[in-house]
Design a protein around this ligand. Sequence first.
Ligand code: SF4
Length: 354
Amino acid sequence: MKNIKAVSLFSGGLDSILATRIVMEQDIDVTAVQFVTPFFHYSILQDIEGYQQKVLDRYGIKVRIEDISRGYMDLLKKPTYGFGKNFNPCVDCKILMLKRAKELMAELGASFLVTGEVLGQRPMSQRRDTLNVIERDSASKTILLRPLSAKLMKETQAERKGWVDRGKLFNFSGRGRSQQIALAREYNITDYPAPAGGCILADPVLSKRIQRLYEGKFAFALDEVGVGDIELMLVGRQLLMPLENGDKEQGVWLVVGRDEGENDRLEALAEEADAVLHMEERPGPMVIVRKASISVSQELLGSVLQTAASLVIRYGRKVDGAMPPAEVVCKVNGETRLLQGVAPEADWFQDWIF
Ligand code: SF4
């Protein structure tokens, strides 16, 4: 192996797998770095070693995981290059990742960066002019190699210095995937994820929830919201219950699990200040009232919990087509209360769903 190291930006998608492998094939020691935030790839943090082993076994790639949640949440406040079709700040996202990858480069003694970008593949972030902006703003112009489209671009330092052979790089462009799939076959890579999955900010439904938070139309101000709240925002049915003055923006945040998997997830995401409700006599949702014990006044708490209990019944299993009342167990403020849950007469809360 040549004594040259590189850092590749790894998303887990086919293009980044191939870009990493192309450079590895040229005897370069490549560290793939995968960034995680609550908006993408966050579940990896639950089992980093297991994930690293999977990537190594499947693709022969050693991957390092970097959590950039906090910086990323700040970036979303005002990305210089705006948003794509949804709440996805792709250009700024790539700049942030490249800047962080450059720091890693220094730490690891690496000489250049690698990405799986393909010219013309994405409307916003992979046009030639945008690729130039990304290089310029991340100050990586000469050190950023894009092996899949390199032959359509100017030579980079890695090619000029002979670390990589330009003749063995590619000229892929556009949205088609057939060339990538053929190359994957050459590398014996068959098991790779479908394209363009995995980023919540590009999801038309889920990104709207995040956008609402950033636009100040939420129960809590942005600076009161942490990574755990973002995670909670992505699970189940979400409701903002207006306060008595009708102010939905300042309302109470409730989350209702839609199946057993979501109930388990809610249980894992529940925090000490939350009220957590469920019923035992028949299957039904878990309902969380976020920060109930610190953000809902004592006068209002009783009626908020009663509303949450009615949601447990409303979305619980029916008995002969009806929703009979049932006891609802509510944990709040370190104590357990038993509430009589009664189904609402109509779905008056539909407007609360966001
Ligand atoms: S889709 Fe998401 S992860 Fe990918 S570049 Fe855009 S914002 Fe970043």
